[in-house]
Design a protein around this ligand. Structure first.
Ligand code: ZN
Length: 124
């Protein structure tokens, strides 16, 4: 069976796919996983929609799109997962083919039953 881009043991169509299509993630980890898969599948609107409105202003759609498309996403590693905080490592190759590691410990918040990415405490 093909794994989802996020590394879960189920296909994209039964994992992050439906969440990106509009079925809300019900946990911070699922939201985080779906955001990673959104980078892989270039679902830029989803990345913007799942960012908390208070942080959306600073987002640059073109920049997010560039970042999603120029990198080759290889693997997502969940380091620890809590109710509102998920620490993860994203492995990818940059435009020069160099291996890169992105470490992040983002915070998520529930608002009006919507879970969104609030901000991150970047580890590196
Ligand atoms: Zn997934």
């Amino acid at each position: 069976m093909k794994k989802c881009f996020c590394g879960a043991d189920k296909p994209f169509s039964a994992c992050c796919g439906p969440i990106i299509k509009g079925h809300k993630a019900d946990s911070a980890e699922k939201l985080m996983r779906s955001r990673y898969s959104a980078y892989v599948t270039h679902a830029i609107d989803y990345l913007i929609e799942t960012t908390h409105p208070s942080k959306r202003l600073g987002l640059d759609r073109k920049e997010i799109e560039e970042w999603a498309k120029t990198n080759v996403w290889q693997k997502l590693e969940i380091v620890s997962s809590g109710e509102y905080v998920v620490e993860f490592k994203a492995h990818f190759k940059d435009r020069n083919g160099r291996n890169q590691l992105h470490l992040e410990k983002p915070r998520f918040i529930f608002e009006k039953w919507d879970l969104s990415y609030q901000d991150c405490e970047c580890v590196v």
